[in-house]
Design a protein around this ligand. Structure first.
Ligand SMILES: Nc1ncnc2c1ncn2[C@@H]1O[C@H](COP(=O)(O)OP(=O)(O)OP(=O)(O)O)[C@@H](O)[C@H]1O
Length: 367
């Protein structure tokens, strides 16, 4: 199979010796929307710049449609890049800004005009085509930058935090547009962000990076529900993590001996003896303690019962928010519809029990 983009053991060491990207492997199919997600300094932008050709590749290979690109100059690569600040020329009209890439490539005026008209129409920018960018809103400037990237008809569009300069509402609206546009045009997008919600909402697959290494590459739902590593479990979603050692397996459940008792979840990949059991907030239920509740819950939830205390109970609109503390002092925040936990269901300071289904928890290697 020929991929639109392949990174094969790609590494980057800067001149000062900093290893910024280590052994990056990824194969992207045509029309995929891929997000690079990770904390500041993890190597997202460096990887994007290596793909664009603005940064040299220290080791490994970068291929586009089966052709090795390592030594191809940026303007000769079938990529275009959109920067966070959009890098629009303030003295040029929107139309010239959008057509600039085609001018640089030496395309004839008639072809340039036709392509620019088409992309301006696609993005709803015809009415402002003769204006200068500094007279336009953030959302309009973002769309112009997108038009400028797409007009050269790249195989791969590279986007470096392209929504970072927009306020939250506009960001959400443009996210939706971006996703629809990408699917309609069928162009492969590689998108850098450190906003988790953006990556989860937009991408077909997310690459989570940490300190120059790829931690996990998965579709959003899988990344959220089945983290591969402790880093991903802490970085994505809101998980509670218990450390322990594998005590045995039965059917799909792996039992883990922890300081909170023997707890269980689904094993994700091969396990060493030291493991983490990862429980998403959404999977945790709160029950009043007392009477024979504990024995019943232990039976119903395969042993997944942990005692805790209610520290906070707030109702916001139709959502109940419960702040819980575990015996080891850690806190967790749970949310559910008000129908599930009615106001006053748990008085502050109440002893409660937390449960989850084994199938909703994931057991991963501790390192
Ligand atoms: N030109 C450079 N010279 C030396 N080191 C660099 C250079 N550019 C980046 N680095 C280092 O490489 C590592 C990765 O940086 P990079 O900008 O790729 O991270 P990032 O994940 O994109 O971060 P951010 O989200 O803050 O943009 C960091 O340790 C950074 O300090």
């Amino acid at each position: 199979m020929i991929y639109d983009l392949e990174l094969i053991n790609v590494g980057k060491v800067y001149d000062n010796g900093t290893p910024a990207v280590i052994d990056f492997n990824l194969s992207i199919r045509k029309g995929e929307f891929i997000a690079f997600l990770g904390p500041s300094g993890c190597g997202k932008t460096t990887t994007l710049r290596m793909i664009a050709g603005f940064e040299s590749i220290s080791s490994g290979d970068m291929m586009i449609k089966g052709e090795r690109m390592n030594d191809v100059r940026p303007q000769k690569r079938p990529t275009s890049m959109i920067f966070q600040n959009y890098a629009l020329f303030p003295h040029m009209t929107v139309r010239r800004n959008v057509g600039y890439g085609l001018e640089v490539k030496g395309r004839a005026k008639a072809e340039r005009d036709a392509r620019v008209d088409r992309i301006l129409a696609t993005l709803g920018l015809e009415d402002i085509a003769e204006r200068k960018p500094d007279k336009l809103s953030g959302g309009q400037r973002q769309r112009i930058a997108l038009a400028r990237g797409l007009v050269v008809e790249p195989d791969v569009l590279l986007l470096d935090e392209p929504l970072g300069a927009l306020d939250a509402n506009l960001r959400k609206a443009i996210q939706n547009e971006l996703k629809l546009l990408q699917k309609r045009l069928g162009v492969t997008f590689v998108f850098v962000t450190h906003a988790q919600s953006e990556a989860l909402a937009l991408s077909d697959r997310i690459v989570v990076m940490n300190q120059g290494r790829v931690e996990q590459i998965s579709p959003p739902h899988q990344l959220y529900t089945r983290p591969d590593t402790p880093f991903v479990a802490q970085f994505i979603g809101r998980n509670t993590i218990f450390e322990g050692e594998v005590a045995g397996t039965q059917a799909d459940s792996t039992f883990v001996s922890t300081s909170f008792g023997t707890l269980s979840g689904c094993a994700n990949g091969g396990l060493s003896s030291k493991v983490n059991i990862v429980i998403p907030s959404e999977a945790i239920e709160v029950h009043a303690a007392g009477g024979s509740a504990r024995e019943n819950l232990v039976r119903a939830f395969g042993g997944n019962v942990v005692g805790a205390r209610v520290e906070r109970f707030d109702v916001v609109g139709h959502i109940s928010q419960i702040g819980i503390s575990l015996p080891d002092g850690r806190g967790l925040a749970l949310e559910a519809h008000i129908d599930k936990y009615r106001p006053g269901a748990f008085p502050l300071g109440a002893e409660v029990m937390l449960t989850w289904d084994s199938a909703d928890a994931t057991v991963i290697p501790a390192h």
